[in-house]
Design a protein around this ligand. Structure first.
Ligand SMILES: *[C@@H]1O[C@H](CO)[C@@H](O)[C@H](O)[C@H]1NC(C)=O
Ligand SMILES: *[C@@H]1O[C@H](CO)[C@@H](O)[C@H](O)[C@H]1NC(C)=O
Ligand SMILES: *[C@@H]1O[C@H](CO)[C@@H](O)[C@H](O)[C@H]1NC(C)=O
Ligand SMILES: *[C@@H]1O[C@H](CO)[C@@H](O)[C@H](O)[C@H]1NC(C)=O
Length: 599
């Protein structure tokens, strides 16, 4: 043990010299790096030392490979490794022949691939004495294993689920740690690819953070889109500085991104909430130039990423929707949910696509979970989308969901009932669930957060629906005093809203006759008559249809006896002078009153 430790320390000392590119150090190294026993076992290392003084040599040197390939026995073993077809054949090679550290690494790598491909039990293979022998060979000759093999080897050991404190695993990690600066960027990237989600112990986290530091220093070496995509996905969230660099690189290499790279980068941006407009624009542009088949996963993930980042790009959505449409019947329930949600986030109502999605839900309702169905209803409500197969669709939904309500997460339940209110599909059963005193008290207790405020407001909207739109509902209701304590937050009016208010005051002749920004008892803010400023974000994308919640607000105010005068942004922004604005409002008012009289 002590001898081993000394050997280790010596090796560590040597490696710390390795980056000094002086010829003299190489001589020192040859004398200290390998023990006689090791020299005896492997003829390659001397050559290895020679190049190890260069930084970033891709792998162990050609000279080493040359002397190595001259050995007939070795070539034979290599051929055997190449041609072996099963785990058994692979493991047997080490029993029948003498194998080097590199060959053992290759054997472990191949064996591991077999285990994954054949879905074998890792325990069975780990228990095989020949496998253990390979581990020992690698361990004892680790300094002679080439960089690329070493990086592949670590991956294999992780896939084989070796314990984090396994001696050989730690030895491989240490060796990689010492060589970090000499690994090629490709090797570092492979390492980052699998090690980020794996690193668990303190030592492993130190290695990971050194990997990140190395990539941060060497980002200029990045030369291809795939590397950008992998590093953004695996390391971007761990280093903001690196992510900035990767975005620059992404922009530089945008043209060479495959759809799959684009998907990875878009997802990485979405996960990290980085709305990098120039990069998203460049990716979108080049994505539109690429023709040929796109994988369904690419389409769904792109829609998700653009939705999450709220990045509106009409041409890309049109393409995504058009390509997804014929594939809807083959999607999995989870993909259908993600797809519906993403387009709803984007406020993008593509009717043919939504009809196909609704049809899918009708046909596959039984395979879908309560959470998936809730999310779809919420998405439909956001866009105020009513499927043409409405009755059959909702019958199926109610049948499936009514049994699931009891176990549902309370916040999700409020979202669901609120969404059904928007879609005018709610019934007394749902209403009584969330307006029940015990339920809403539990939900709203001690919640002063924005989330709490939002849910209280939703409950008030549900109460209003119960009151105004469900004549067959007989309670329970929210107590009236909730209204004051729950809706005390006053919002500053938007520029459009205050513009409308100023003009209104002119029309009505002074503040006295008009109250603005009134919180109605229904939880909707209005400026009575009910003038409602309709802003751009209140509409579905590229249309004059209101989003679901605003459509419901309008219905409620109407049902409560208000005369609604909509002031949409697309009219208001056309009006330049004060005079025009006043005239517009007067005209709108008299029209609304005339319509009311006619009824
Ligand atoms: C290890 O196996 C992987 C596939 O699992 C392969 O891509 C890689 O090239 C192998 N590495 C070496 C060094 O043989
Ligand atoms: C390691 O880097 C070398 C040189 O770039 C490359 O040939 C090899 O495929 C890489 N191996 C891995 C696993 O990254
Ligand atoms: C809920 O509705 C009932 C019945 O109309 C009403 O009396 C009560 O004030 C409402 N509660 C709130 C908080 O709006
Ligand atoms: C329209 O959207 C804006 C921004 O999201 C919001 O502040 C405003 O309350 C909405 N308007 C109406 C009438 O609800």
């Amino acid at each position: 043990m002590a001898a081993r430790l000394i050997h280790r320390c010596t090796r560590h000392l040597c490696t710390s010299f390795l980056t000094v590119p002086a010829p003299a150090t190489a001589t020192v190294l040859t004398t200290c790096r390998w023990s006689t026993a090791e020299l005896y076992r492997s003829p390659a290392p001397l050559a290895g030392v020679r190049t190890s003084s260069h930084r970033h040599t891709p792998d162990w040197p050609p000279a080493a490979e040359h002397s190595y390939t001259c050995q007939p026995e070795r070539m034979k073993v290599d051929e055997l490794i190449e041609s072996a077809l099963s785990t058994e054949e692979l493991l047997q090679i080490s029993s029948d022949h003498k194998v080097t550290g590199n060959q053992a690494a290759a054997l472990l790598n191949r064996t591991c691939r077999q285990v994954v491909e054949q879905k074998l039990e890792t325990q069975d293979v780990l228990g095989d004495s020949r496998f253990q022998k390979l581990l020992n060979i690698v361990d004892s000759q680790i300094s002679a294993v080439w960089n690329g093999n070493l990086v592949s080897l670590l991956r294999s050991l992780i896939v084989m689920k070796l314990a984090a404190n396994n001696r050989v695993l730690r030895s491989v990690e240490n060796e990689i740690h010492w060589r970090l600066r000499r690994l090629s960027l490709k090797n570092l990237t492979s390492l980052a690819d699998y090690y980020t989600s794996y690193a668990q112990t303190d030592g492993q986290k130190v290695l990971l953070s050194d990997v990140i530091k190395n990539v941060e220093l060497r980002w200029t070496e990045i030369a291809d889109a795939k590397t950008v995509a992998i590093l953004m996905t695996k390391l971007g969230h761990l280093s903001g500085a690196l992510m900035d660099r990767l975005e620059d690189k992404g922009l530089e290499l945008a043209e060479s991104f495959t759809p799959d790279d684009t998907r990875k980068v878009a997802l990485a941006l979405a996960m990290q909430n980085r709305r990098s407009i120039p990069l998203l624009r460049a990716l979108s542009y080049h994505f539109m130039q690429k023709h040929g088949d796109l994988k369904t996963g690419v389409l769904i993930d792109m829609a998700f990423a653009y939705g999450k980042l709220n990045f509106q790009q009409t041409q890309v959505f049109q393409r995504l929707a058009a390509e997804l449409l014929p594939r809807v019947p083959e999607l999995t329930p989870i993909d259908v949910m993600r797809c519906t949600k993403s387009f709803a986030y984007l406020k993008w109502l593509n009717l043919p696509l939504f009809e196909a999605l609704a049809q899918y839900v009708l046909e596959h309702c039984d395979q879908m979970t309560g959470v998936q169905l809730c999310n779809i209803i919420m998405a439909f409500a956001r866009l105020n989308y009513q499927p043409t197969i409405g009755d059959a669709f909702y019958a199926k939904i109610h049948e499936k969901l009514s049994s699931a309500l009891m176990e549902m997460n309370p916040f999700l339940l409020v979202d669901l009932v609120w969404s059904l209110c928007i879609l005018q599909q709610v019934n007394p059963f749902y209403l009584s669930q969330v307006l029940d005193r015990h339920f809403f008290q539990r939900l709203t207790e001690g919640t002063q957060t924005q989330k709490g405020v939002n849910y209280k407001l939703k409950l008030i909207h549900v109460n209003t629906t119960a009151q105004l739109e469900c004549s067959d509902y007989s309670g329970p209701y929210l107590p009236t005093d909730c209204l004051d304590s729950w809706t005390s937050v006053t919002k500053k009016p938007s520029p459009l809203g205050s513009g409308v208010r100023e003009a209104l005051q002119t029309v009505l002749g002074g503040q006295a006759k008009c109250r603005c920004g009134v919180e109605t008892v229904y939880g909707w803010v209005i400026g009575k008559l009910a003038f409602v400023a309709r802003e751009f974000p209140n509409y579905t994308s590229r249309s004059r249809d209101l989003l679901g919640r605003f459509a419901m607000a309008r219905r409620h105010l109407q049902a409560a006896g208000f005369l609604i005068v909509d002031v949409p942004y697309y009219d208001w922004l056309e009006l330049k002078s004060e005079w025009q604005k006043v005239a517009y409002l007067k005209d709108k008012m008299s029209k609304a009153i005339a319509e009311e009289m006619a009824q």
